[in-house]
Design a binder for this molecule. Sequence first.
Ligand code: TTP
Ligand code: MG
Length: 361
Amino acid sequence: MENPIPIATRKIIHVDMDAFFAAVEQRDNPDLIGKPVAVGGGSKRGVLTTASYEARKFGIRSAMPGFKAKALCPDLIFVKPRFDAYKEVSVKIREIFSRYTDLIEPLSLDEAYLDVTECKLDFEYAQDIAAAIKDDILRETQLTASAGVSYCKFIAKIASDIDKPNGLTVIKPKQAISFLETLAIEKFYGVGKVTAKKMKDQGIHTGLDLKGWTKLDLATQFGKSGRFYYDIVRGVDDRPVKAERIRKSLGVERTFQENISDLDKLTERLEKLIDTFLARLEKNNSFGKTMTLKMKTADFQIITRSQSQGFPIRERTMIEDIAKQLLINNFEEGMAIRLMGLTSSNFVEESNDGQMEMFVE
Ligand code: TTP
Ligand code: MG
């Protein structure tokens, strides 16, 4: 028997900016509006990061060598990428998403999954949330995005691509099975060119063809992803939207073998603690603007005191100065300390997007 469609309890939106880098360039230079624009690829052996929709009519695509694109469209205008500008928009759209939900899984600078099953704002339908997000993005960045709405990530992702640019496509659970059956095999997310060819060679052109295969046969032919295709073509995709966990603080602490009541001894122990603390920060390459000293007394009182700077604290001498000052100012005669800790927090936001490095020419 076929797997039934899982009871649709989730509302997932996939948002993807349209011709992202090219659209930012057209926004910031009105001379480029309505024209075929390629971002990158202007150098001798460079490839395009993307192209405006005007250029795509000529068959121009991401990752195409510049000379090839120029041959397809002699009027093509090449512009240099400005990653800072794209990053700025990326931060802005993520801020917009966070008005609606905290369950945001960015996939790259310009796209993300959102689980809006429990939306922070009062909306009944996910479709209206997607429309509101698109409106916010347009109003606040002057750029368009496309959105796909469904009950799982896989279908939402395919849906956002259906009506690009400026599209909004909803695939309801009831529609999912017939939608997937008629879907061309190369549209299945994760099916690359090579797999698509291999599948077509074996007579798999659509979702329906894929459905004719047993899980075992798919696994034998296509490995682990074979099993994934078996499930998704039946509308089964329970993968959660994984919110990026942003580290709020980083620290170390030590419980002493015996309580310490002597300030000099505590200072000595603090110096040792700083070694571990600094190693920890360096290993994570995270340096906050705030440092906190924590002490626990023999009678389990917890004392925490912080000091902040206007910049990330990373120098050993500064860390020592601050830590010692916090200790001296807060240690009182007669205290017996059983635990001491140091924490760094208030991190400056740093980019974790692999995309930047990946696509720089
Ligand atoms: P995409 O979302 O794949 O493409 P896009 O936003 O340009 O166009 P679409 O309307 O089809 O979504 O990628 C986002 C950005 O990432 C894109 O503008 C440029 C960059 N990029 C590269 O640098 N190299 C690549 O090979 C791809 C695919 C994208
Ligand atoms: Mg995009």
